[in-house]
Design a protein around this ligand. Structure first.
Ligand SMILES: Cc1cc2nc3c(=O)[nH]c(=O)nc-3n(C[C@H](O)[C@H](O)[C@H](O)COP(=O)(O)O)c2cc1C
Length: 201
């Protein structure tokens, strides 16, 4: 069976703006005739990377925590997916801590991709998409840290982050729902992502 794209809900708060952004992206994919799997990453706790660097020399660059939580299963989903989508709020100018912990634990993929891992080096290039939402209406560098971390994390999985959709001034849980223009942009983004996937397929 062909693998589905994976949508990651990354807020720690359910049924807010990021969850809606994820659902709208899925709606767009479905409108274009596709489907996707949704993962509620914002509810998942992961062991923290402790910088032991055992993944540098381990067989298949396996993390010492690979069997202790659900992180490795999610990396495998990213590896198999034709594309991914991350919907996340900005927390203190960056990504929420669960997503950041997940990214740090991806150090094994850095070691694999910069080493001679047949799995990682054999992967084809795939796109990745993101929608980042921030409460503040202003702030020049509001999204910079979040986007850079996502971009370089995903790159080791051969997933290239298309510049993220970024929305400011979306603070209360129903703010995005009340902005029909932004909602339409996000579902249109999902629709185009699926069409691009088919055309490249
Ligand atoms: C812990 C925390 C930190 C936040 N930090 C920022 C911030 O640095 N800049 C900003 O514009 N908004 C910040 N916000 C506001 C959220 O980005 C905003 O409320 C967002 O819409 C929440 O998305 P959600 O409904 O998906 O949880 C923060 C919110 C929380 C809970």
């Amino acid at each position: 069976m062909t693998q589905l794209p994976v949508i990651f809900k990354c807020s720690h708060h359910r049924k807010g703006n990021s969850d809606l952004a994820a659902d709208l992206f899925l709606k767009g994919i479905r409108k274009a005739g596709g489907d996707a799997e949704t993962v509620i990453l914002g509810d998942m706790d992961f062991e923290h990377c402790i910088g032991c660097l055992k993944c540098r020399t381990a067989a298949e660059n396996r993390c010492i925590f690979a069997d202790k939580d659900g992180a490795q299963e999610l990396y495998n989903k990213i590896i198999s997916a034709p594309f991914t989508f991350f919907a996340s709020p900005i927390y203190f100018y960056h990504l929420p801590s669960r997503l950041k912990t997940f990214i740090d634990r991806g150090q094994w993929a850095f070691e694999a991709a910069t080493g001679d891992s047949p799995l990682m080096n054999g992967l084809g290039q795939r796109p990745a998409y993101a929608c980042l939402l921030a409460g503040r209406p202003k702030g020049e560098k509001l999204f910079e840290g979040a986007e850079l971390s996502l971009k370089f994390f995903l790159r080791f999985f051969k997933a290239e982050l298309v510049p993220a959709m970024t929305f400011r001034g979306i603070d209360e849980p129903l703010d995005l729902a009340g902005d029909t223009e932004k909602c339409a942009l996000i579902s249109g983004y999902g629709e185009k992502a699926w069409q691009r996937n088919i055309n490249n397929g």
